[in-house]
Design a protein around this ligand. Structure first.
Ligand code: F0G
Length: 460
């Protein structure tokens, strides 16, 4: 049965016209883009689901805040407004604004680890892994095994595998583990949530071994809403109470504010009570980002972020936000289209391997579906599979990813129910002619992060 669409808790005051190209024009555009959706011009896209990061719609309050932004180099009022909001929400003593999530990682991780140490996470996001490695560390993923089965519906598929965590600590030695990172929600596993119970157990293990616990808080509000919906004993707690509890188990957080804080640019580092670490963070912020009271952001961005933090934890908003995902997922259920289920917080990760069983991993089923979605309905998405994973750095051979997903990441407060129906209808139309869809081969690729730039060609 199709889920009831939760009506938008807002109305539209400003609109942005989007172009609707013909199918012929889209076929030409994607060929000109060398079959790489990152090469498409934004204006040639009808519905842009490349990412939910920095693509969200700000409210009238946030835009009013843009006008009020205090552009003082040091000590502006927008900075203090942001610090007050973040301290109030997270309950941490120290907050440092930075320009985005990876900047928070750069500022903090260089202080946490040295050459030869490890970071263990339920799953590192790409930039998180990169900053662990740039700081001399090695990143190990430790998600529960259920995350590997897209059709298995369990409530907290983003969880840390705590038994494996214990055994990894034993294997490498606690002094070799610089930090444990809990990513909420777990983006790489499909926006899957982490339970309070799992957070508590992970925290206990970290405390026992004297290891710091850091939250990657990019989509923390969506995670908290899932806890309220799914975890026993939390249904009557407020979102704010649950946030306080979950952050209480950690020592620090990094946050890309471009997701759940509903701004186009921004990030935060939060430190619970370690004054020395905060002092060191401030030093690195000044070198990499800018003076501590702006951290790479303009006053107007600090101001809209302070407001967005509260809007992102509003329960009516979160009900609509998660409801939108559940509506899209239920339309796919009806059509027998498989995806990482139950649906995550920020989008649908469609199982392209199941849709195109005839396309092998080295002909990139996730990328093939991304291209079909553009041709079918002007929808831009991206591959989260072997195409993104790339080649083995030692042998140069194509790696075989565990999943072949096409990610439909839904920007916040941007698209309506009719747009969501266009997404579902497009996927259904592609499924109906799935056996005709061909794979792709790469004709040019750069040595690292190839998926952003590579050129491809359909296989005849
Ligand atoms: N952590 C997580 C879990 C993320 O999803 C991202 C970004 C970052 C950190 C880095 O933040 O982009 O502000 O520097 N994810 C985006 C995405 C890019 O499309 O999933 P950033």
């Amino acid at each position: 049965m199709v889920a009831k669409y939760v009506p938008e808790p807002f109305r539209i005051k400003m609109v942005e016209t989007i172009k609707m190209l013909s199918r012929e024009e889209r076929e030409q555009k994607i060929a000109e883009a060398k079959y790489n959706t990152f090469n498409l011009k934004g204006e040639d896209v009808y519905i842009d689901l490349l990412t939910d990061s920095g693509t969200n719609a700000m409210s009238q309050e946030q835009w009013a805040g843009v006008m009020r932004g205090d552009e003082a180099y040091a000590g502006g009022s927008s900075y203090y407004k942001l610090i007050d909001a973040a301290q109030d929400i997270f309950g941490y003593k120290y907050i440092q604004p930075v320009h985005q999530g990876r900047a928070a990682e750069k500022v903090l991780f260089g202080l946490l680890m040295k050459e030869g140490q490890y970071s263990i996470s339920n799953m590192h996001f790409d930039t998180t892994r990169a900053h662990v490695e740039l700081a001399g560390g090695r990143a190990i993923d430790c998600v529960v095994p259920e995350a590997g089965d897209p059709s298995k519906r369990v409530p907290f598929k983003g969880n840390m595998d705590v038994e494996k965590l214990e055994s990894l600590i034993k294997k490498y030695g606690a002094d070799k583990i610089a930090v444990v990172i809990m990513t909420i929600t777990n983006n790489s596993a499909g926006g899957q949530p982490v339970s309070i119970k799992n957070m508590k157990e992970t925290s206990k293990i970290c405390k026992k071994h004297g290891i710091k616990l850091c939250i990657d808080a990019a989509r923390y509000a969506e995670n908290v809403y899932f806890i309220k919906q799914r975890e026993k004993g939390y249904e009557d707690k407020s979102v704010k109470e649950i946030i306080k509890e979950i952050f209480g188990y950690a020592d620090m957080f990094t946050m890309s504010a471009k997701k759940d804080a509903i701004v186009n640019m921004g990030g935060l580092v939060g430190i619970k009570d370690d004054e020395k670490l905060f002092q060191d963070c401030k030093g690195r912020t000044i070198s990499f980002e800018g003076f501590v009271t702006y951290g790479g952001l303009s006053g107007r961005e600090l101001e809209s972020l302070a407001i967005g933090l509260y809007e992102g934890i509003d329960e009516n908003y979160l009900r609509y936000r998660i409801g939108q995902m559940e509506y899209l997922a239920s339309r796919l259920d009806e059509a027998g289209i498989t995806y990482q289920s139950p649906v995550g917080g920020h989008g649908v990760f469609v199982d392209a391997k199941a849709m195109f069983p005839h396309i092998p991993y080295y002909e990139f089923p996730g990328q093939a579906l991304a291209i079909e979605l553009y041709k079918e309905a002007g929808i831009r998405t991206c591959d989260i599979g072997s195409y993104m994973l790339g080649n083995d750095p030692d042998t140069g051979e194509q790696l075989h990813a565990d999943f072949e997903f096409t990610r439909l990441a839904i920007p916040r407060r941007v698209y309506t129910q009719a747009h969501i129906d266009v997404m579902a209808d497009a996927l259904i139309a592609i499924k109906d002619r799935a056996s005709e869809v061909k794979g792709y081969r790469i004709t040019w690729e750069p040595p690292i992060l190839r998926h952003f730039q590579a050129s491809l060609k359909p296989i005849k």
